[in-house]
Design a protein around this ligand. Structure first.
Ligand SMILES: Cc1ncc(COP(=O)(O)O)c(C=O)c1O
Length: 359
């Protein structure tokens, strides 16, 4: 017998979100970002589900390519951090990789191989820094780079950037970054990639040849404050169940460190999921979960394998009652807000020991 705790991954919701997001930019091609095991939703299942609609998949580094290729995924895979070592370039053709090149060392590695006819110029994009200051070549170096790496700067090469503030629709920095990027690339390159999920929705001028979308496909709002209402369906639902129940008297405490004390006679439900499953240990007292659809509040510290909730106000809770930690009825972003993080982190942290059930 296995414990009931699992994450349900709704592949119909994934397809729905892909269609909904594609409608914002019908003439763009869509890169489906499946790095970090598709944000915890299962990279192979997500890629298989979207393989007839997605034009390309994207991962962070080469190790994430292997799993997709072993599973029979054939679309080109964009590697967002480019090759970390020169020898990775040898696998470009075999694995049908498209490298996002962001430093000159990588330009050298690939330029050399195109020159030697080892690979074609279809296997790389070039990334520019427009204010994130994390990865990317500097826009002011464009002319020199273009002259030094002629095989890399082909007119058809996709030129890309990633926006630092696309999740804040009011922030003018995003349009400034897009304009700076476009003013350098216009008339030189016709294939561009700027938009992630948030930009695809709120910054139409950023939706170019290719978009790179992740979080929205998994049904979570890409906006920092959820102020734009968009109709997306949650893909992941994190479920567990009650494995113990007790009544405690006023003045009794719950959990490690006795951090919560009952102010009245209370019913405490113990739920079979903890921080080792990816539920955030920082979740504060009062964080909600749904017990057969009714809200119970977290009390006491999150432990490795268990959570404790005050369910005094819920009429019928028993051992075996199903619990939704987040999902269709409790947005992952709602829990993220309570914890002081983002939905991306909560989903990617759901650990391996939580089985994914695909529906
Ligand atoms: C370079 C790059 N492009 C696109 C994405 C997808 O962003 P989002 O999940 O916000 O759609 C990411 C995600 O981190 C990224 O790093």
């Amino acid at each position: 017998m296995a414990r009931y705790t699992h994450a349900t991954i709704d592949l119909n919701a994934l397809k729905y979100n892909f269609m909904a997001m594609s409608r914002f930019s019908p003439s763009s091609k869509q890169v489906v970002v499946v790095k970090a095991d598709a944000y915890g939703n299962g990279a192979v299942a997500v890629a298989k589900c979207l393989q007839s609609q997605a034009d390309m998949f994207a991962v962070a580094f080469i190790d994430e390519v292997f799993e997709l290729r072993d599973a029979g995924i054939t679309q080109p895979i964009l590697v967002l951090q480019g090759p970390h070592e020169e020898r990775e370039c040898e696998l470009t053709k075999t694995l049908n990789i498209v490298w996002m090149l962001h430093v000159e060392q990588q330009l050298n590695w690939i330029n050399k191989r195109i020159q030697n006819n080892q690979i074609s110029n279809l296997h790389h994009w070039v990334k520019f820094d427009t204010g994130m200051h994390r990865l990317g070549l500097m826009l002011e170096d464009y002319d020199r780079l273009n002259a030094d790496y002629t095989h890399i700067f082909h007119p058809k090469t996709v030129m890309a950037t990633h926006l630092a503030t696309a999740d804040e629709p009011e922030n003018k920095a995003s349009s400034t970054a897009v304009n700076q990027f476009l003013s350098v690339m216009a008339d030189r390159h016709s294939c561009l990639s700027i938009a992630n999920s948030a930009a695809n929705i709120c910054l139409p001028e950023s939706a170019k040849t290719w978009n790179r979308m992740g979080i929205s496909l998994y049904g979570s709002s890409p906006f920092a404050n959820d102020e734009m209402s968009i109709s997306l369906k949650p893909v992941m639902q994190l479920n567990s169940e009650v494995i113990a129940l007790r009544e405690i008297a006023a003045g009794e405490s719950v959990g490690y460190g006795a951090t919560w004390t009952a102010s009245k006679r209370s019913v405490i439900a113990t739920v079979a999921i903890g921080y080792a499953d990816g539920y955030p240990r920082q979740a504060p007292i009062g964080t909600p979960a749904l017990f057969d659809g009714v809200v119970g509040e977290l009390v006491g510290r999150v432990s490795m394998d268990m959570l404790t909730f005050d369910v005094s106000n819920i009429e019928k809770v028993e051992i075996g009652t199903k619990v939704e930690l987040w999902g269709n009825n409790l947005a992952v972003n709602e829990i993220a807000k309570q914890v002081g993080t983002i939905g991306y982190e909560l989903m990617t942290r759901v650990s391996k020991r939580v089985p994914r059930k695909f529906i």
